[in-house]
Write a protein that binds this ligand. Sequence first.
Ligand SMILES: [Zn+2]
Length: 184
Amino acid sequence: MKRLNKQCLVCGGEFLPKNVASVYCSPKCSKKAYKQKMLRLKKEEEIKVLAGKIPENKAFLSVPEAGILFGVAKRTLYRLVSQGEIPSVNLGIRLVRIDRSVMAEMFGPARSLPQPESAPKKKLYSLEKEDCYSIGEIAERFQISEGSVYNHIRKYSIPTRQIGKYVYAPKMEIDNLYNGNDFI
Ligand SMILES: [Zn+2]
């Protein structure tokens, strides 16, 4: 059978393959492909580490977090958010938050990651006043209305405590809800 030219996967040049399995035109392209593969594996490993740091129960994701978990480019997400294709909560510049469930609807399940062994988790929050924000403080700190704060607290079952005429919620839970690392 007559051998036909193939197209090199690296440089795109045509070459006459030595055998049916050849996909690179030269040792140079073959080496380059190997290097690229190693880089890709390293990057995948880094992504795994970053994704592993995002709490599994985090409902509101920053754009970088959503990108990592769902394998979508940040640029694409920012565009979709600004076009209104992805509904988002905008808490200010660089504080766009995307609902994790919306991402799952649009892009399918998040990367499956080995979750750390979950020993029966101790509740980490404290309802002592000094460990809490009042609803008013939350609204001011994160630039959202008190009504939205109450909605989120209900929706995500965040514990609250009433002291006098103010309602308090644990700082840790609130920070986890509204903060995200925008700089990873
Ligand atoms: Zn080549």
